[in-house]
Write a protein that binds this ligand. Structure first.
Ligand code: ADQ
Length: 480
C-alpha cells in the first residue's frame, strides 16, 4: 500500500484521544496510521532570524515533519496573502480583500520552499494529499521540482463565484496552479460548480461529468479531476462525549445560572465570515418582537479570538463587544443577562456537553465551507429531547442538514422568526428532524469523507515524467 503524505499549513497537535484533537485531525490521523505515512507542515513557530530546520518525530507508523517560518514569510504567506487576500475573497467579502503583490510573491516563495523541504522525504509511490487555501501552488511547486506522484487537494473553505474571484488580481495564476493537482476536492456541489464555471468562462477550459460522478477538467494544458466531498464528523463519539459531560461542572453551572430558562448556543472562531453581528441583531429582534421571550431565554455565544493581528479581526471584535453591550444594556434585568459573550476556547467534551444542554443551536455564518459546529451540535443531542438547529443557507452543512431550520443570515426578521419557532417546537417534530440529520451524519462521517477522497485519488493515473505545466507538455493521462 502506498504511503500517505498529508500536507497542511498547520500540523494538528495530536495526542491520541486528547481533548484538542478535532474530528478532522483525528480522521486524517486515522488514515495515516492505517497506511503509514507522514504529516508535513508549519510548526506554528515564527523565527526572527536563522534558517528554519525540519523537526521529524516518529510516532509508530506516522512521521510528523514540521518546520518554522521566518517572520517575513509568516507576514507575507500567512497573514498577508492567505488571510488578508484569499480568506475574505473566498468568503465573498471582496470589500475586505487586501492585496499586495509582494505578499503574493511571498506566498508563492513559501509554497516553493516548503515543497523543496518535502522533496527529499518523498518516495516514488507516496500519495500526497494537500489541504486548504494556504497551499494552492504546492503541487505546481512539487511538479517543478520533478515530483510525479499523485497529488490531491482539498479546499476546506468555499470556492467563490467567478465574479468574486476576479477581485483577487492573480486569480488566473491561482486557478492554473490548482490544475497541477490530480484531484481537487470541494466541500459542496455549489463550490465545484463555481470552480467549473471559472474553468469554462474565464480560463477557456472544458469540463465533463464522468460516469463515476467525478468531473474531468481540461485547462491550462492539464487534465485533472474534481469532485465534492462534504467533510463529516464522528457523530457517535461526539454523542458519547456529550453524554459523559451531562453531569459535569460546566453543565451544572450553566443550568444553575439559567434557573429553568432556555438557552440558545453558538460556538465559532471569532471571524467576520461567521455572521456574529447579524446573529446578535436577530436575537435582539426576537426580544423586540416577542416580549414574552424576555427573561425566558439566554443566548450564549462562545467565540475565541483568532488572527488577532489582522485589522479586520480587531474590527469585528470591537463591533461585537459594542453590540452585546448595547443589547444587554437594553434588555438585561437584575436577574437576567440576555447575551453571554465568552471569548475562550473549551475542550471538545465540554462543548459537546453544552450543546446537549442547550435548546437551540444557532449557526448562521454569512459563508462557510462546511461548518463542523452545526454537525457537532446535532451529534451531541439527546435523541429523546433534542435541541433544534437554526442553520444558515450559506453554510456548506445546509446542503446535508435539511432537518434544520434553514435561514438567510441577512434576513434579521426571518432569523428572529426561526428562533421563535425553534424555541416553541414540539418534541415530536424535534425528534423527527434530529433523526433525519443524525442518519445523514452517520452515513457521511469523517472516515467516509476521507476514504472517498483517497479512493478517487488512488484511481487517477500517475503523472508521466516530463508532463508538467511549466514545460507545457502532454496533459496527464487519467486511468479509471
Ligand atoms: P473553521 O472555520 O475553523 O474550519 P468549523 O468547521 O466550524 O470552522 O470548525 C471549527 C472547529 O473548532 C469545530 O470543531 C469546533 O468545535 C471548534 N471550536 C470552535 N470554537 C471553539 C471553542 N471556543 N473552543 C473549542 N473548540 C472550538 C474550516 C472551514 C469550515 C470547515 C472546516 C473543516 O472554515 O467551513 O467546516 O474547516 O473542513
Amino acid at each position: 500500500m502506498s504511503r500517505l503524505i498529508i500536507v497542511s499549513n498547520r500540523v494538528a497537535p495530536i495526542s491520541e484521544g486528547g481533548p484538542a484533537a478535532g474530528g478532522l485531525a483525528v480522521g486524517v490521523y486515522d488514515a495515516l496510521k492505517e497506511t503509514g505515512g507522514m504529516w508535513f507542515g508549519w510548526s506554528g513557530d515564527v523565527l526572527s532570524s536563522g534558517q528554519p530546520q525540519i523537526a521529524v518525530e516518529e510516532r509508530g507508523p506516522v512521521t510528523f515533519a514540521t518546520i518554522g517560518l521566518l517572520r517575513r514569510d509568516y507576514d507575507q504567506y500567512y497573514r498577508g496573502f492567505s488571510n488578508a487576500t484569499l480568506w475574505p475573497a473566498f468568503h465573498y467579502r471582496a470589500d475586505l480583500v487586501q492585496y499586495d503583490r509582494h505578499d503574493f510573491e511571498g506566498y508563492r516563495r513559501v509554497n516553493a520552499w516548503l515543497a523543496q523541504q518535502l522533496v527529499p522525504l518523498l518516495r516514488d509511490d507516496d500519495v500526497i494529499w494537500v489541504h486548504d487555501y494556504h497551499l494552492i501552488p504546492f503541487a505546481q511547486a512539487l511538479r517543478a521540482a520533478g515530483v510525479h506522484n499523485r497529488i490531491g487537494f482539498f479546499l476546506h473553505i468555499p470556492f467563490p463565484a467567478s465574479q468574486v474571484l476576479l477581485a483577487v488580481p492573480p486569480h488566473r495564476e491561482l486557478v492554473e496552479a490548482l490544475c497541477s493537482f490530480d484531484l481537487l476536492g470541494f466541500q459542496t456541489k455549489p463550490d465545484l460548480r463555481a470552480f467549473c464555471d471559472y474553468i469554462v468562462n474565464e480560463a477557456g477550459g472544458s469540463v465533463e461529468r464522468l460516469d463515476d460522478g467525478l468531473t474531468r477538467i481540461d485547462a491550462f494544458g492539464q487534465t485533472l479531476r474534481a469532485g465534492d466531498y462534504p467533510i463529516g464528523v464522528y457523530p457517535d463519539e461526539i454523542a458519547e462525549l456529550a453524554k459523559a459531560g451531562e453531569r459535569g461542572k460546566p453543565v451544572r453551572t450553566l443550568k444553575a445560572t439559567l434557573h429553568g430558562r432556555k438557552v440558545i448556543m453558538s460556538v465559532d472562531r471569532l471571524d467576520y465570515s461567521k455572521g456574529l453581528v447579524e446573529r446578535f441583531r436577530a436575537f435582539e429582534r426576537l426580544l423586540d418582537q416577542a416580549p414574552s421571550q424576555r427573561n425566558r431565554v439566554s443566548f450564549v455565544q462562545i467565540a475565541p479570538p483568532t488572527r488577532a493581528d489582522l485589522h479586520a479581526y480587531q474590527d469585528i471584535r470591537l463591533r461585537l463587544e459594542a453590540e452585546s453591550g448595547r443589547i444587554n444594556g437594553r434588555f438585561a434585568e437584575l436577574d437576567w443577562t440576555p447575551i453571554w459573550y465568552i471569548h475562550r476556547q473549551y475542550e471538545r467534551a465540554v462543548l459537546a456537553a453544552l450543546f446537549r444542554a442547550s435548546h437551540v443551536g444557532y449557526v448562521t455564518p454569512l459563508r462557510d465551507g462546511m461548518n463542523l459546529v452545526a454537525k457537532e451540535y446535532v451529534s451531541a443531542q439527546d435523541p429523546d429531547d433534542p435541541g433544534v438547529l437554526v442553520l444558515s443557507c450559506f453554510a456548506g452543512a445546509a446542503q446535508e442538514l435539511t432537518g434544520a431550520l434553514i435561514v438567510n443570515p441577512f434576513d434579521t426578521d426571518g432569523m428572529a422568526d426561526a428562533l421563535a419557532v425553534a424555541l416553541a417546537m414540539p418534541v415530536a417534530e424535534r425528534q423527527a428532524r434530529h433523526r433525519d440529520m443524525l442518519a445523514q451524519l452517520r452515513q457521511n462521517n469523517v472516515s467516509v469523507w476521507r476514504d472517498r477522497f483517497m479512493r478517487d485519488l488512488s484511481r487517477v493515473g500517475k503523472r508521466e515524467a516530463g508532463a508538467s505545466a511549466a514545460a507545457g507538455v502532454v496533459p496527464m493521462p487519467l486511468a479509471d
